[in-house]
Design a protein around this ligand. Structure first.
Ligand code: ADP
Length: 509
């Protein structure tokens, strides 16, 4: 390391390892974040490079990819396998290196099918982590900091010191519900030695391997995607069994709110909408509503009534069972409901039954449909996010930009991004409920619907909602400050032993 670099000057070299990224591959908010944050960091002068697995969809969607490394060898479970590294660039010019190995990544989906996760996800992502680091080394890019996201890249913090002893690591938790749990006897696939790593203060989690825990324990800094979620996950209610290990790292744990990607989510420029609109020229929103009602076959009288939109993974986390529990009362308010989602078979079935029962008032679209997600966000009056827990949540931020008033459960990032409407002062940017119960949700919707009926107040609220700004700049500045701090604090030696850098208390909850 040059003395200049040691003083922490010059552009910060950042390696981002991530398992999904817009526009190449996405299953949820992680993909949105990975698609927007590197560009925002580049704008702040960061020398950022991203590594991503080459899923089939990445190949299909990305015409221009150039092979930069033909044969990178990386170990997997005692054998050494080859991968190619292809390069593409984001619109802003961030290099994205795609790790290509057909037998591991050339599959219809990213993580699994409706029957369950791919049986070899441990091997797939362990290989990806090692190939990313080895690829970086082969290119001569020595990062100051490596930014890892969720369990798929949780192996990087414990192995980083072997190749890049001077690099710091940041591990970001996007959702604690996905813990990367695997049977202990598959540890050899990670290449971690059992003596050094498989213990309660390491990657062991109640007799199994947890790659999420690996990231939490061995990273130099741990972040999650909203300040409230950073607090919540240290409690038994939200910690999902990881609260003990998270509390033990609270001195390096912080919450940095996600931004919204306004290059993709802005009604002024959105190519998916039948009409564009923005603050001060809202006629387009009425046209979007009319078009949505026709597209999904709702009764046309609903043009004059509140239409509620939902775009969500169908998972217990998202609280849609709360919604299913109040449909009779909801439709007695004379509202329309449009739901787009995919996921849990039981929730899909319950929604399907409801959709048939409330034909004309409720429309259901099962599947993952990005353009429709935009049209629902624009064409609705209210946007519902009744999550049991929500690390950050992006859909409520998107909705706000589109003048669609959010109704959310006050948890995690939903709590941090929506301020409750106060009828006294007419302030606020949405409606919140606290208890994860159908009644509480219904009360919040009732309040929202009664305000919709008072045109002037509604217009004022909608204006305030559209003025809320969640652009990436501020969040990117926070990440940059964290990375810079790590670079300066980082000692020019790293033990390379794989042991955590500081004290550890018990990791068991
Ligand atoms: P999570 O990551 O937990 O799924 P977020 O709110 O952080 O939730 O991000 C979800 C992202 O995925 C948003 O951009 C949302 O619009 C999108 N999305 C979710 N479900 C669908 C779907 N069925 N079709 C299209 N986009 C979807």
């Amino acid at each position: 390391m040059s003395s200049e670099r040691r003083r922490g000057t010059g552009p910060l070299k950042l390696l981002v390892a991530v398992s999904e990224m817009v526009p190449y591959a996405k299953t949820g908010g992680l993909g949105d974040v990975a698609g927007a944050l590197p560009d925002a960091l580049l704008r702040r002068g960061c020398d950022v490079r991203v590594f991503l697995p080459c899923y089939r969809i990445v190949r299909e969607r990305t015409r221009e990819m150039e092979a930069v490394l033909d044969k990178v060898r990386a170990p997997l479970g005692g054998v050494s396998l080859e991968a190619s590294i292809l390069e593409t660039r984001t619109e802003q010019g961030v290099p994205v290196y795609v790790v290509e190995r057909e037998d591991l990544f050339d599959r219809p989906n990213l993580y699994g099918t409706s029957a369950g996760d791919y049986y070899d996800n441990l091997e797939r992502f362990a290989f990806f982590c090692r190939a990313a680091l080895l690829g970086c080394a082969a290119m001569g890019f020595a990062p100051d900091v490596v930014h890892c996201h969720d369990w798929q890249t949780g192996l990087i913090p414990p192995i980083l010191g072997d190749l890049f002893p001077e690099a710091g690591s940041v591990f970001t938790i996007h959702n604690l519900g996905y813990q990367g749990l695997f049977p202990a006897d598959r540890l050899p696939a990670t290449g971690l030695s059992a003596d050094r790593f498989f213990h309660p203060e390491g990657v062991e989690y109640w007799g199994r391997i947890s790659l999420l825990k690996a990231g939490i324990v061995y990273a130099d800094a741990v972040t999650t995607v909203s300040p409230t979620y950073a607090e919540e996950i240290q409690t038994p209610e939200f910690g999902m069994g990881m609260e003990g290990v998270l509390r033990s790292r609270r001195d390096v744990l912080s919450g940095i709110l996600n931004g919204a990607d306004y290059a993709r989510w802005d009604p002024v420029i959105d190519p998916h909408l039948p009409a564009r609109y923005g603050p001060g020229r809202m006629a387009g929103k009425a046209r979007c509503k009319k078009a949505l009602i026709r597209e999904v076959d709702l009764d046309t009288h609903l043009e004059q009534r509140p239409v509620i939109g939902v775009v969500s993974r169908l998972d217990r986390q998202k609280g849609l069972d709360l919604l299913i529990g109040i449909l009779d009362e909801l439709f007695s308010l004379d509202v329309g409901l449009v739901v787009l989602g995919t996921g849990d078979a039981g929730i899909e079935e319950a929604l399907r039954a409801a959709g048939e029962r409330f034909d004309g008032r409720m429309a259901l679209r099962l599947g993952f449909d990005e353009p429709l997600a935009h049209r629902i966000t624009a064409g609705s009056d209210l946007f519902l996010v009744p999550s049991r827990y929500e690390p950050c949540g992006l859909t409520q931020m998107h909705a706000m930009k589109y003048g669609t008033v959010p109704v959310v459960r006050a948890t995690g990032g939903l709590k941090d991004t929506v301020s409750a409407y106060d009828p006294g002062s007419s302030r606020g940017t949405g409606f919140k409920f606290f208890e994860p119960r159908p009644r509480a949700l219904l009360e919040a919707v009732r309040l929202a619907v009664s305000l919709f009926e008072r045109r002037d107040s509604w217009e004022r609220l909608r204006k305030a909602v559209m003025e809320a700004d969640f652009s990436w700049d501020e969040s990117a500045a926070r990440y940059m400050a964290l990375f810079e701090d790590l670079r300066t604090r980082r000692q020019p030696f790293r033990s390379g032993s794989g042991r955590p850098p500081a004290r550890r208390s018990s990791t068991e909850p």
